[in-house]
Design a protein around this ligand. Sequence first.
Ligand code: NDP
Ligand code: 2IT
Length: 453
Amino acid sequence: MSLTLTAGQKYAHEVYEAVVRRDPGEPEFHQAVYEILHSLAPVLDQHPEFAQAGLLERLVEPERIIMFRVPWVDDQGNVRVNRGFRVQFNSAIGPYKGGLRFHPTVNLSIIKFLGFEQIFKNSLTGLPIGGGKGGSDFDPKGKSDGEVMRFCQSFMTELYRHIGPDIDVPAGDIGVGAREIGYMFGQYRRIRGGNEAGVFTGKGIDYGGSLVRKEATGYGLVYFVEEMLKTRGESFAGKTVVVSGSGNVAIYAIEKAQQLGARVVACSDSGGYVYDPDGIRLDTVKRLKEVERKRISEYVNHHPKATYHPDCRDIWNIPCHIALPCATQNEIDKKAAETLAANGVIAVGEGANMPSTLEAIDVFLGKGVLFGPAKAANAGGVAVSALEMSQNSMRFSWTFEEVDAKLKQIMTNIHRNSLEAAEAYGHPGNLVVGANIAGFLKVARIMLANGII
Ligand code: NDP
Ligand code: 2IT
């Protein structure tokens, strides 16, 4: 190690290396820890008390990890066994809060990276929520409604004892939408024997859900990118936009971008991407994905000018002004970032969690592309989840317009606070550093005030 490192850089790097040694098989978790800890060095230099309090060592270790067996019976009568996870990472600011992901790639590394990111994201919202995440390697794709229900009930039969409106409040993520939340909430209510609406967010509107929660991540992403564009006198109007994914986040990012006058020309799923020179018809995407649960390849059957391309990663070869990755982690690598930059992209907003590799982020920052990191840009979803919790506590509902206005204000605040933190700590315009520092400082102050726990 070079002697030119500052004390803060040295501390951050030592804690990172200890994480890699202790949990060697967790590459996604290492990536998330690396990105955050290394950008905190200027803060650690100014606050030696953080190192004295072992703050980073405590921060990278989850308060609690729950792993459990999820047995269920498929439609053919076969017994199936999946693995369930809940990582309760940090409760300094409030009850653990974060989604559940059901996808065959889910493992402890993925859930830990998501939970770690969630601590700082939730802090940035300014609302009283700690960080957590969970899920399972269960694949809802191709399963009947009955199979999904039985799985969700079995999952909740174990998880219910670990959660509660003031303890840990799950929500959706990949593979978990209104249907799955409905089944899990139902089972929780049955076991608990009372109606604790605030134990889940993303619920149906009729049983305690919040208006705008469904739209919140995608709308919030576009509000955030609109703030980024404003700093260069730009806006979405007339811009060509590429959005990866065609799930909850992608659909409502497309909707808001189109409302603001953008031309969205492509979206995708894990099978491939569609390019529509006339602009993506969102009514078709919503019907295919939200109602019929079909593949995006079917889009071209309804719009003959559109084309389907069977490698979803090639979506980044399409020239665009604004790129919104809204599918999954590490979907933009160095080469994709270089292609986007060479094609003249002016802004990249991360709707998915950690969609850009560390090398891709370096390319965007190095080339002066406006870059909105996930924990800031996609915080709108969890922010409206926190508003859902508030409404459940009040036993009262705000209107669509009221929640949307609050969401917009929260995204504007996150953008401003991140820019201010970046400026204050010597990295003007760098929202990666700014969001990490702004998110970290609140958690760190509370962890200092609450003692060594
Ligand atoms: P959905 O399950 O609704 O949609 C996921 C989309 O991404 C689908 O189009 C899916 O395609 C695609 N996708 C998933 N995995 C892969 C993969 N390995 N390779 C390529 N494409 C893939 O999930 P969400 O829209 O809720 O989540 C998308 C991203 O946004 C995730 O990173 C999530 O963590 C993040 N996020 C979600 C929030 C929310 O409120 N829902 C909030 C903040 C962030 P296919 O159907 O073929 O699998
Ligand atoms: O990654 C995320 O922020 C989410 N999946 C939403 C979490 C939530 O609790 O609403």
